[in-house]
Design a protein around this ligand. Structure first.
Ligand code: DX5
Ligand code: ZN
Length: 219
């Protein structure tokens, strides 16, 4: 079995204590640090911008997994590379020339990802699947942490896994939104590789232990 990863989402952290929150993640079994950038246009919320990503990057020792929930993401590809992003994921719904955007992300030395809103079928990625390093299947409507997991996600993960296998692609499937110990195992069984978790980790009384348990559950 390919390795399974846990990616704490910094959106659920205490922003007044970002440095210690990042150090907690550094000291844990987490594999990636998920960083949600929202522009208030593509999604009905604004999270944080470049200065905060730079501050996160300064302390982070994990793979920095940036999820752009912004319109016209092409404008900022270079900037996010300079800020230390290892993975850069754009939304399918925000890109007119997705193939070009993916190539531009790779040209900056980052892993290129595509995120799909809950209503967007995975079949739309068939013709670019070999160009995608990670697909984020949104299991909530993007914009906010702490929402409930959408059950239809399991079906989408199974369908996407089938597409990846058919095309002999090495694309990772990442799940984002409402992930807890109640759905983690089933998501992995359906073909997921990376689980993003915000509230479940950062609101726990012992986040390091919660990450460790989640990792054990899916490994
Ligand atoms: C939602 C973000 C998620 C969010 C997940 O738009 O993309 O990464 O932080 O948070 P939880 O795990 O609390 O649903
Ligand atoms: Zn996200």
């Amino acid at each position: 079995m390919t390795p399974k990863y846990v990616a704490p989402s910094i959106l659920a952290a205490d922003f007044a204590n970002l440095e210690s929150e990042i150090k907690m993640v550094n000291s844990s079994d987490a594999d990636w640090l998920h960083v949600d950038v929202m522009d208030g246009v593509f999604v009905p919320n604004i999270s944080f911008g470049m200065p905060v990503v730079q501050a996160i990057s300064k302390h982070n020792k994990k793979v920095m997994d940036v999820h752009l929930m912004i319109v016209d993401p092409d404008r900022y590809i270079k900037t996010f590379a300079q800020l230390g992003s290892n993975n850069l994921t754009v939304h399918y719904e925000a890109c007119t020339h997705l193939h070009r955007t993916l190539q531009a992300i790779k040209a900056e030395g980052m892993k290129a990802g595509v995120a799909l809103n809950p209503h967007t079928p995975v079949s739309l990625l068939k013709d670019v699947i070999n160009d995608i390093d990670q697909v984020i299947i949104m299991s909530v409507n993007p914009g906010f942490g702490g929402q409930s997991f959408i059950e239809n996600t399991y079906k989408k993960v199974r369908e996407l896994k089938e597409i990846i296998l058919t095309h002999n692609a090495s694309t990772r499937i990442e799940i984002d939104g409402g992930v807890t110990d109640a759905n983690a195992q089933e998501l992995i069984n359906c073909g997921a590789d990376v689980l993003v978790a915000g509230s479940y980790i950062f609101k726990a009384s012992d986040p390091v232990n919660t990450i460790e348990n989640l990792k054990k559950l899916i490994s």
